[in-house]
Design a protein around this ligand. Structure first.
Ligand SMILES: [Zn+2]
Length: 390
């Protein structure tokens, strides 16, 4: 799933005047320890059938019915699927997209709204950096892009070594000479890998780095990494380039990433809460977050895992209000009620590239109303970007 695809989902609006409806379906597979029960497909079918019934009851037929039928067919085929799945559909506007997702979607659910429901997706991807996974040994380097569990491989770098020192089979001058040559070649290879990483980082190909290599090679390889690149390194796992499978790379890099997101998100929300008390570069509570969002000041939004709140939205100017007022304070038009303000906040965050963290069991965020934001530096305040220890 690319950023552009996510933006397309965030920008989608069903034309309700023509009876169109945006259908979002999320499939959560059973956890691995329950896999033998295979309840997941039955749950998925029930969820869709329930939606069909309520759509029929409320007189929403036609294209929505066709979409639901198609999702029902798909749900039946999900038995035994180990990965999560999402479908976004609106056949009235010729829209149908399916995505494989990491199996951490909470529950199987279907939403019929005027916009696609992106909350489960946002919880997965909001804080996901553009990630490079480099798997390296003394002569090979493979480069991957990892996003939402999808691993894409780029061009590898291979510097086949001269016959290895041990193959010479001679002690003394010959052997020592060969060993030095091999060491020199490995050094050149590590330098080339480091240069490639630096150049791609500078071209914004990736924002964060995970390295997979044998423990024995790490100190030497690390010593060649440019300081800028090293600063972006979020973790390392042990791997042998020759034998590691893509599945293992995805799993191990995914674990490193998830741990980092949790720690990084938690450090950042603490900073936002401290700033909210001290210097104004952080805000808490829905009302203030909405104000900051409208003023274009928000850099990062933090939501408690189950945060939800009603609000109103102005269909004319887009103003969002935590007070359930009938007419818009900005333009005076009639507002419409949102049962959950996240349905409006999340698409805005995606469209504007605002970082979004969904945090589980964070006591201080809970006390602050389960919603907070870190603001960009204002022109009247000190310089520099916020740097987080990684
Ligand atoms: Zn308005």
């Amino acid at each position: 799933m690319t950023r552009d695809e996510i933006r397309e989902l965030a920008a989608f609006q069903a034309d309700e005047s023509k009876g169109a409806c945006a259908l979002s379906f999320y499939f959560q597979p059973d956890p691995p320890q329950d896999r033998s029960h295979r309840r997941e497909a039955i749950v998925a079918k029930d969820v869709v059938k329930e939606a069909l019934k309520s759509a029929a009851a409320s007189g929403k037929n036609g294209s929505l019915h066709a979409d639901l039928d198609r999702v029902l067919g798909l749900a039946a085929s999900l038995r035994g699927n180990a990965r999560g799945k999402a479908v976004f559909a609106c056949s009235a506007q010729n829209f149908w997209k399916e995505y494989e997702l990491p199996p951490h979607l909470g529950s199987t659910h279907i939403y019929l709204q005027s916009r696609f429901q992106l909350k489960p997706l946002a919880a997965l991807l909001g804080s996901q950096p553009a990630l490079c996974v480099a798997v390296v040994d003394r002569q090979r380097a493979r480069f991957f892009d990892l996003r939402l569990d999808q691993l894409r491989e780029g061009q590898a770098l291979v510097h086949m070594l001269s016959r290895s020192a041990s193959n010479y089979g001679f002690k003394g001058y010959e052997g020592g000479h060969a060993e030095r040559r091999v060491a020199e070649e490995a050094l050149q290879h590590f330098k080339a890998v480091s240069e490639r990483l630096l150049s791609e980082f500078e071209k914004h190909v990736w924002e964060r780095l995970i390295v997979g290599c044998q423990d024995a090679n790490w100190p030497e390889f690390e010593s060649h990494l440019h300081p800028y690149v090293k600063k972006r390194l979020i973790g390392r796992f042990s791997a042998d380039v020759a034998s590691v499978s893509n599945e293992e790379i995805r799993g191990r890099a995914g674990n490193v990433l998830n741990q980092w997101i949790t720690e990084y998100g938690s450090a950042k929300v603490n900073q936002a809460l401290d700033f909210a008390k001290a210097n104004g570069r952080g805000v808490t509570g829905l009302r203030r977050v909405l104000q900051a969002l409208e003023a274009g000041e928000v850099q990062t939004i933090f939501l408690g895992e189950n945060y939800s709140s009603p609000a109103v939205e102005c269909p004319h100017c887009g103003h969002l209000d935590a007070h359930l007022i009938k007419s818009c304070v900005a333009c005076g038009r009639t507002t419409r009620e949102l049962s959950d303000v996240c349905d409006a906040i999340i698409p805005i965050a995606i469209k504007r590239d605002i970082e979004l963290f969904t945090l589980k069991d964070h006591e201080d965020l809970d006390r602050a109303g389960n919603i907070a934001a870190l603001l960009r530096f204002r022109s009247d305040q000190s310089t520099g970007q916020i740097e987080m220890a990684s």
